[in-house]
Design a binder for this molecule. Structure first.
Ligand SMILES: [Zn+2]
Length: 289
């Protein structure tokens, strides 16, 4: 009986070894298959793409990323009127920062498993733009998401902030419009270049003040997704109905499963695994395809 017991123990050990080898081989095979699933980036090195590699001209997907946050108002839409009339200047920008920006750091750190650490650097005052609202935002009425108006807006905001703000290690700039500028409803990310304090800033975001309010607002993470090189994953060809609502078809790609699929609509969405794979937040060995 003792001899038989030893044989069984040997056989068990040998079986465990073989099982280990089978698992290793399976992982190796899966790894090769996964590499073949990487769609190539056909959009071009400076474009948003669902492919690999992600554009090197966008903000880095790991380590510390610094984002300036600037608050702007306009001669025909000054801040601290209407709804914010009772707040002081600093109080009102702190409120907006809390509503729109501050949750994004924790959200993106969680989505990236701790890889992406964004620091928002707000300048807590209202920068009065040199022009009224319409030259900055009329591009949207014509349907151009990245028109010259937003380019002027961000350039003017950086210029006004520059004497009081150090842009030296800034990767992206977020410009938030005063609540009084309520004709501004839509966020946009830009890839144009701005220059300040010796720094070239090739990524920026323009927001209306209504964007992303509420505890689960994902507008900033979504727009930073574009700054990271990710494209929209909702159907951008679907237009609003006569009452201004977006029909359900807009969600027919990844819908609530992905941050880039939900646009500016408030949601509990996490980041689509494909996007995380593109950004290197998921490794090949964690992907099956
Ligand atoms: Zn988008």
């Amino acid at each position: 009986v003792a001899v038989l017991g030893a044989d069984v123990a040997d056989l068990r050990e040998r079986m465990n070894e073989l099982q280990g080898q089978v698992a290793e081989l399976a992982e190796l095979t899966a790894y090769r298959e996964v590499a073949a699933c990487r769609l190539p980036n056909r959009a071009g090195a400076d474009r948003l793409s669902v492919g690999f590699p992600i554009s090197p001209e966008r903000i880095p997907a790991s380590g510390n990323v610094n984002v300036a946050v600037l608050f702007v108002d306009f001669p025909d839409a000054p801040a601290l009127q209407g709804a914010t009339a009772t707040a002081d200047e600093e109080g009102s920008t702190h409120d907006l920062f809390g509503q729109i920006v501050s949750d994004a750091k924790r959200y993106l750190k969680a989505m990236s498993y701790g890889t992406f650490d964004v620091t928002f650097r707000p300048l807590h005052r209202w920068l009065r733009m040199p022009h009224n609202l319409s030259p900055y935002y009329r591009d949207y009425k014509n349907g151009y998401a990245r028109g010259t108006g937003r380019f002027r807006l961000i350039g003017d905001a950086i210029g006004l902030a520059d004497p009081d703000f150090d842009f030296e290690d800034i990767d992206s700039v977020v410009v938030i419009a005063a609540p009084e500028a309520d004709s501004i409803g839509q966020a946009a990310s830009l890839r144009e270049l701005f220059y300040a304090d010796g720094q070239t800033i090739g990524n920026s975001i323009s927001l209306g003040s209504r964007d992303g309010q509420g505890p689960d607002g994902l507008t900033i993470p979504h727009e930073l997704g574009h700054n990271l090189g990710l494209p929209d994953l909702y159907d951008t060809s679907v237009s609003r109905d006569s009452e201004g609502h977006l029909p359900d078809e807009v969600d027919r790609f990844v819908g609530e499963f992905g941050l880039m699929g939900v646009g500016q609509r408030s949601s509990q969405a996490e980041m689509f695994a494909w996007s995380r794979w593109q950004l290197g937040w998921l490794r090949d060995t964690q992907v099956a395809c």
